[in-house]
Design a protein around this ligand. Sequence first.
Ligand code: NAD
Length: 269
Amino acid sequence: MSDMKLVVVGAAGRMGRTLVRIIAETQGAVLAGAVEREDSPHLGQDAGVLAGTGPNGVLVSSDTLPVFARADGVLDFTSPAATVGFAAYAAQAHVVHVIGTTGCSADDEAKIQAAARHTPIVKSGNMSLGVNLLGVLVKQAARALDADFDIEILEMHHRHKVDAPSGTALLLGRAAAEGRGIDLAGHSVRVRDGHTGPRPEGAIGFATLRGGSVVGDHSVILAGAGERIVLSHHAEDRAIFARGAVKAALWAHGRKSGLYSMLDVLGLA
Ligand code: NAD
C-alpha cells in the first residue's frame, strides 16, 4: 500500500512542528500539506525548516480545502474553533481527522460528532500510550475502592496553555467517574476558593498548576482514611502525543465513518 498522505494543521504550533518531525520518521506516512491560520507569519515557509528537520518542499498554506483534497488524513492540534471548521472540511473531503485539540465545548463536540457521520475521526484529550493506559488503571481503581476514597486529579502544564483543567485531566476524571458508575459533570469540583464548606461525598476534584515548560504532569489521588493511592504520568516530550496521533491516523485509514478514541486505536477499549 502507498504511504498515507497526512496534512498537519496548526503546522507552526508546538505540536504542529513535532508532528511534522514525527511524520518524517514514520514508515507508511508522508507529509502532504501544512496549514496555518490566514494571519500566520509562517505562511509560505517550508514546514520541514520550521520543524527543524530540513527543507521538505511542503509550504505552509491557509488554503485548507485544496490541501485536504489531496490528502488521506489530517492531524489537528489547534484550537476548538479551528477544529470544528476542520472537521467540516475533513468530512467534505472524506479524509481521516485526528483531533488532539482540547477545551472543546459541548456544542463543539456535537459538531465534531456530526462530522464523524461522514468520515472517521479519532479524538482524544491525550494521544499517548501511557495516559490511555493510566485511564484504564484509574477506572479499575475507582471501581475497586468505594466512595470512602476521595478522588482528586492534579495537573501541571507549561505557562502557555490556555485551557483548564487539561483535556487529559478531564479524560482521567471521566475514567474515574465511569469506574464509580457516576456522571462526571454532576460530580466534578473544578475550582475551590474561599469558604467552600466540607468536601461533597463522591466528588471528583480537579486542581490546576501552570508554569515553566512542563509538557504535562498528571496525578490521580485516591485518598482514604489512613492511606492514599497516587497514580501518575509525566510527559517528558511532545513526541509521545505526535507518535500517538500518527498511529491513530494509520489505524483509521480505510475504516468506516465514526468517532473513535485512542482506547480504540490502542486496543484498550
Ligand atoms: P500552539 O498554540 O503552540 O499551536 C496551535 C497552532 O494552531 C498555532 O500555530 C496556531 O496558529 C494554529 N491555529 C490556530 N487556529 C488555526 C486555524 N484556524 N487554522 C490553522 N491553524 C490554526 O498550541 P499547542 O501547544 O501545539 O497545542 C495545541 C492544542 O493541542 C491545544 O488544545 C492543546 O491542549 C492540545 N494538545 C493535545 C494533546 C493530546 O495528546 N491530545 C497533546 C498536546 C497538546
